[in-house]
Design a protein around this ligand. Structure first.
Ligand code: ATR
Length: 269
């Protein structure tokens, strides 16, 4: 995996993923594979940017000729504020993962990318889903799922945060008092519990046998949440397909060319 650059020493390139940390990101490999598959002379690099430095870093990269960037933790909210031209969804959820530095515009490909992965899992047409968590990722996906017609239930360890999130989004979602997945075809973990080696609370005994457990993170091992789900006999899905889908949508937003999905998928496996 390429070592991330400090933004002050960024090389000349066209696109980048910015984050802190960013060394785990598979986006550079994935986008480079796409350029190669289409014989495009473009480059995509990982750049470490601290939250407080986002604005000067973006100005610097724009001066160097960067066309666009993806943002990862903890920069998505600040990226939404930075953009002079955020699209409607970014304005509503306050989170952007894709910026155009020439236009100072922003979009969010996380939510539509996530939705792209559902038909392949048999979770279409929209049904009932339980979202665990109430952070930035939960926000974007709750809005996206509700907009797509899912009946969204949200549970968060701190219930007030879930209430505030749903109210703020104006989304048609119900906040649960307990982590009850009854009747849900999809149980979506957006929490960062895995960072402390934990799984979020869930009443597994009330889950439908066919419910799919989905975690937004990806890595070489199952998260504690997916491990529990697998032990209960549920189908488990990590964030790799969503990574590819959101990357493909960013690619198309910047370049206006259909993304070579197979090449991108192979690059991140
Ligand atoms: P992000 O923006 O990446 O989604 P965040 O805003 O830090 O991250 O939110 C993290 C989410 O994970 C929150 O919903 C948090 O629950 P609280 O609101 O109660 O803090 C949740 N979370 C983190 N650790 C958790 C744990 N061990 N068990 C359950 N939920 C956890």
């Amino acid at each position: 995996m390429a070592r991330p650059h400090d933004w002050r020493d960024a090389p000349l390139a066209d696109f980048a993923v910015l984050g802190d940390p960013v060394s785990h990101s598979r986006s550079p490999k994935m986008h480079e594979a796409a350029y190669q598959a289409l014989a495009m002379k473009r480059s995509y690099v990982p750049i470490e940017v601290k939250l407080d430095d986002l604005s000067p870093a973006l100005s610097h990269l724009a001066r160097l000729g960067y066309r666009g960037v993806n943002l990862t933790v903890p920069l998505k909210e600040a990226g939404a504020k930075w953009a002079e031209k955020p699209d409607e969804f970014v304005r509503r959820v306050g989170s952007a993962n894709t910026l155009d530095l020439l236009e100072s515009s922003a979009t969010n490909t996380d939510a539509p990318g996530f939705l792209d992965t559902l038909p392949g899992l048999g979770i279409w047409p929209p049904s009932k889903v339980l979202v665990l968590g109430a952070g930035g990722a939960a926000r974007a996906l709750t809005a996206g799922l509700a907009e797509a017609g899912f009946r969204v239930r949200v549970f968060n360890r701190t219930p007030e945060r879930a209430e505030a999130m749903v109210r703020g989004l104006g989304a048609a979602a119900e906040v649960l008092g307990e982590p009850n997945p009854e009747g849900c075809s999809l149980i979506l973990n957006t929490t960062s519990a895995a960072l402390s080696g934990e799984a979020p609370d869930l009443q597994w005994n009330r889950a439908d046998r066919k419910a799919i457990a989905y975690d937004l993170t990806y890595g070489s091992e199952l998260t504690p949440f997916l491990l529990k789900a697998a032990l209960q006999g549920h189908k488990v899905v990590d964030g790799l397909d969503m990574l590819v889908a959101q990357g493909a949508r960013s690619f198309e937003w910047w370049l206006g060319v259909a993304a070579p999905l197979d090449a991108m998928r192979r690059a991140v496996e």
